[in-house]
Design a binder for this molecule. Structure first.
Ligand code: ADP
Length: 487
């Protein structure tokens, strides 16, 4: 028996006793006989006791039923029991039925939620795999890609972008774009695109400072629109949900385009100058302006010099393109470098004289031969001598010598001048195609092709080597060496 039951039983006896005493007290003033007085009091006490016992039994019964119902509900909640068979006269059975119904509904909902959870987990796994796949595709791109969301925060970026703007990819998500992109004008462009100030896709060129130097980027900004279906009563509308920004480094392309345009204008100028000169002297000859033989001879010489200059330029362009495309025809023969040098000096003498430059060929006591394409080597010597004269002020000196280096078994041609010299930082670039020292552009016209051809002919075609030594304002020494021909 539970303590509650014991307490209730005790309570019934005590209260019946109290009722009996109360009745004895009340009926003592009623004038009843002693027997009648006791009988009334005892019967009142007994009736009260019987009522108390009945109440106690009802309570015990309902307590049992509630306990049984709790046990059923507990079984239901643990999933071991699905129906109610509680017999009750107090409506507890009905309560259990209601609870049982609710529990089974909750169970169904729970099972449904479990199913949905499972499905969501599968979808999440697929989305995660797709996301990883997309990220690895993005990371293979050389172009920097930055995707921002409707709050102007980073939603996605690739490794090219993290390198360009120097941020940590893993820590960049959900950070404001201007905190990640250290280029304020680009961050503003992204924001403006998101705010709809620039519709759909926009392309522009943007200069970005990267590692201290400025690079040119072709930037494409595209707004991403999603359909807003949050409220079914309102007609669906397209909402700007972010911006995809793609940056392609076009620095090299712009440089090449600039160089090509410089090249075309330089080559045109280079071609036009000798052509105009040839044309002018030809017209003077035709008009009979050269009256005496000496003047006519002078005019012929100028025409010849200009024609040579023209053909050298065209030869340079053609030869570089042939060597680069691998279709050059090399006609090797045993030839003396001394004779090539002498021929080049004779060709360049008029140009040197025009600037009062002393052009000297230092004789060599040795005789040696190389196995080379004579015309190509002649063109190299001419290019070196022409440069030495071009970049030496009037009255300077240019010398050329040929010598043998017994240890390396090479023949060396050294062209030395007392000209403007070359700044140290330009030296590594001198053999690049179209490269010209900026300060020298005003000194003489040129195309930046002469030294490139020398390098190609000596090193690529003849396995030789080319070197430069130079000091600004003191002069330069260009040396090339070719293997001595075997007997
Ligand atoms: P260019 O037609 O401009 O002379 P080159 O390829 O022959 O082209 O030479 C490239 C650049 O190297 C020149 O523009 C010039 O700045 C520099 N250079 C070449 N030779 C000399 C030299 N002897 N003295 C000073 N600078 C030189």
């Amino acid at each position: 028996m539970s303590s509650f039951k014991r307490y209730s039983l005790l309570n019934a006896f005590v209260s019946s006793l109290l009722v009996m005493l109360l009745m004895l007290l009340v009926f003592s003033f009623s004038g009843l006989t002693l027997l009648g007085w006791i009988t009334v009091a005892v019967s009142g006490g007994v009736v009260f006791l019987i009522l108390q016992i009945v109440q106690w039994q009802i309570i015990s019964r309902s307590e049992m039923e509630v306990a049984e119902a709790i046990a059923h509900v507990e079984m239901m909640s643990s999933g071991e029991y699905s129906g109610s068979d509680v017999r009750s006269s107090f409506g507890v059975g009905h309560l259990v039925d209601v609870v049982s119904e609710s529990v089974s509904k909750i169970q169904q909902q729970h099972n449904q939620i479990l199913l949905e959870k499972k499905e969501l987990n599968i979808r999440l796994g697929i989305a995660d795999a797709e996301n990883k796949h997309l990220t690895s595709i993005l990371n293979t791109l050389n172009d920097a890609v930055v995707v921002t969301d409707s709050f102007n925060e980073i939603a996605m970026a690739n490794s090219a972008a993290s390198k360009l703007f120097r941020f940590n990819l893993d820590e960049s998500k959900r950070l404001p774009v201007d905190q990640i992109i250290n280029d304020s004008s680009l961050a503003k462009l992204i924001k403006d695109t998101r705010e709809g100030q620039h519709k759909h896709t926009r392309r522009l060129e943007q200069r970005v400072v990267k590692g201290g130097s400025e690079s040119v980027y072709d930037v494409t900004l595209s707004s991403v629109y999603t359909t807003n279906q949050a409220n079914s009563n309102i007609a669906s509308q397209n909402v700007n949900s972010g911006v995809v920004t793609i940056l392609r480094d076009v620095t090299r392309e712009r440089e090449i385009a600039e160089t090509k345009s410089d090249f075309v204008s330089n080559v045109s100028h280079e071609l036009r100058t000798p052509l105009s000169s040839i044309k002018a002297y030809m017209e003077m000859l035709i008009d009979g302006e050269a009256e005496d033989e000496k003047t006519r001879f002078e005019f012929y010489n100028i025409i010849q010099g200009e024609t040579n200059r023209l053909s050298r330029l065209i030869d340079n362009i053609l030869n570089i393109s042939r060597i680069e495309s691998g279709v050059v025809r090399v006609q090797r023969e045993h030839t003396s470098l001394m004779s090539i040098v002498t021929e080049a000096v004779n060709i360049m003498l008029p140009q040197a004289r025009a600037k009062q430059i002393e052009l000297v060929e230092i004789p060599s006591p040795d005789y040696f031969q190389v196995y080379a394409d004579r015309d190509m080597i002649l063109q190299c010597v001419l290019n070196l001598l022409s440069n030495a004269i071009k970049y030496t002020s009037d009255g300077g000196r240019v010398s050329v010598s040929v010598s043998v280096d017994d240890s390396s078994e090479m023949v060396r041609v050294v062209v030395n001048d007392t000209g403007v010299g070359i700044p140290e930082e330009d030296v590594p670039h001198l053999f690049d195609k179209f490269y010209r020292v900026a300060d020298h552009k005003k000194l003489a016209k040129g195309t930046g092709l002469g030294l490139n051809l020398v390098k190609h002919v000596i090193e690529t075609v003849h396995n030789g080597e080319v070197n430069i030594e130079s000091e600004v304002n003191h002069g330069s020494t260009f040396t090339f060496a070719l293997p001595i021909a075997e007997d």
